[in-house]
Design a protein around this ligand. Structure first.
Ligand SMILES: [Zn+2]
Length: 434
């Protein structure tokens, strides 16, 4: 099923000519209304008139998260505040949050793109959508909510937390679609089992999970434990919120980015050079219809590649490969690049180990150290010391073989690591900041 046949299946040429037109209008608008961009373009010696083809975008400068912080809170808005009907913000790990504003038309576009995303994921009118994304400044809750209403499904505005109640409602209300972070979905699955309930008595058939990177192995685990089809959704508040890209139910292979609203590029994160389709690098997005806060060549820090090949679902929009991590999340341990998701995919393949782990990074005598704390299941934990020793040796060896990093492994009892009701906290970096 396709929500918007006209736009989702546009021939390639038509998409690109629409993008070019919208891009040119966006550049003109930000140049006229946002002093930051006027100055930014002037310093780079470019002006909107110079954009004749999509390739010309490469001459324009990037926008960084830091630029949003420097213009906190409203400095990058392209319309006066009277036209902004909603404000969201993403929590920064340090300092001030990143603020975004939506006009009435932006909210309308967002609802449309989330409705498209729900349908691409296999949801339809008549579904009961259990929305466990947080409602609040975070875009997840309201973004999914408006899309579900636009679709005409019955949305339950659960928000995060209160897990036992979530489960009761999910069962009693007959929820068919679950939306939350992948780590929270596993926590829900675990709690269902703990409460002595059988997941087969629930009506869940689709889960739409995003807001943190997750692996293919974790998908298998979620699908098995929650008895549903798990779909990956991508979004970030700076660009829109959820609904920038989503996997289709048919292929579950790469996430279609709604190219009539967003222009994706992949760059080499070190040099800024644009890479051809198919090559892996940092995702850069330009919004081409947003009114409140249009962003030009925004560096997402997400690592992926563009898939231009046609998809079996009939949608013509390019796909991004499932994220292999954020360049921000990347840890550098003794000079080696390590993504938490790489360690996760190792752990999830090992019998007796649970998908709950934490990486503790520290510095001892000027050398980085990594400790991997991982939960083992009940049965393994009650095994002989020798068995546990062998298990931790095996994990250490696999991490060393695959990532080239030496680490300590600490096996912990089931349910000792803190559970998160939002994004999982996988890394604790205790190294002194330079
Ligand atoms: Zn598809």
């Amino acid at each position: 099923m396709i929500w918007n046949d006209e736009f989702e299946t546009l021939p390639r040429e038509a998409i690109e000519s629409l993008q070019c037109k919208r891009l040119r209008q966006t550049l003109e608008r930000v140049n006229a209304t946002v002093p930051f961009y006027r100055e930014h373009f002037r310093r780079s010696g470019v002006s909107p008139e110079q954009l004749k083809t999509l390739e010309d975008l490469r001459r324009f400068p990037f926008t960084l998260k830091q630029d949003m912080r420097d213009n906190y809170p409203y400095g990058l808005f392209a319309v006066p505040l009277e036209q902004i009907v909603r404000i969201h913000a993403s929590s920064g790990t340090t300092g001030k949050p990143t603020v975004v504003g939506y006009t009435r038309r932006d909210i309308d576009t967002w609802s449309e793109l989330m409705a498209r995303s729900f349908v691409a994921a296999g949801a339809h009118k008549g579904d009961v959508i259990h929305n466990a994304y947080g409602y609040g400044l975070f875009t997840g809750g309201l973004g999914a909510h408006y899309g579900a209403e636009r679709l005409g499904a019955s949305v339950i505005p659960m928000s995060g937390g209160n897990t036992k109640k979530q489960i009761m409602i999910m069962q009693d209300f007959g929820s068919t679609v679950l939306t939350c972070t992948p780590s929270y979905s596993l926590f829900l699955a675990e709690s269902v089992a703990e409460m002595g309930l059988d997941i087969r008595d629930f009506k869940l058939r689709i889960g739409i999970f995003g807001a943190e990177p997750w692996s293919e192995k974790m998908r298998d685990e979620i699908e098995a434990k929650l008895n549903l089809k798990a779909i990956d959704i991508y979004g970030l508040s700076e660009i829109l919120g959820p609904g920038v890209a989503i996997e289709c139910y048919e292929a579950q292979n790469g996430l279609h980015m709604w190219e009539d609203h967003f222009l994706p590029e992949i760059i080499n994160p070190d040099t800024g050079e644009v890479l051809p389709d198919g090559e892996r690098g940092e995702l850069v997005i330009t919004t081409i219809t947003k009114e409140g806060i249009p962003l030009i060549r925004y560096r997402t820090r997400d690592i992926t590649r563009l898939i231009a090949e046609p998809c079996i679902c009939g949608r013509t929009h390019k796909r991004i490969e499932r994220l292999s991590g954020r360049s921000d999340d990347m840890l550098i341990i003794r000079g080696v690049n390590v993504f938490p998701s790489q360690i996760e995919s190792i752990l999830i393949n090992i019998e007796g180990v649970e998908p709950h782990y934490q990486l503790i990074v520290d510095r001892e005598e000027n050398l980085d150290s990594l400790e991997v704390q991982v939960e083992v299941n009940e049965r393994t934990f009650s095994d002989e010391i020798k068995v546990l020793q062998e298990l931790s040796n095996r994990i250490r060896k696999e991490i060393k073989d695959l990532l080239g990093v030496t680490c300590k492994v600490r096996l912990v009892e089931p349910k000792t690591l803190a559970r998160s009701e939002g994004k999982a906290k996988r890394v604790i970096d205790n190294r002194p900041q330079l």
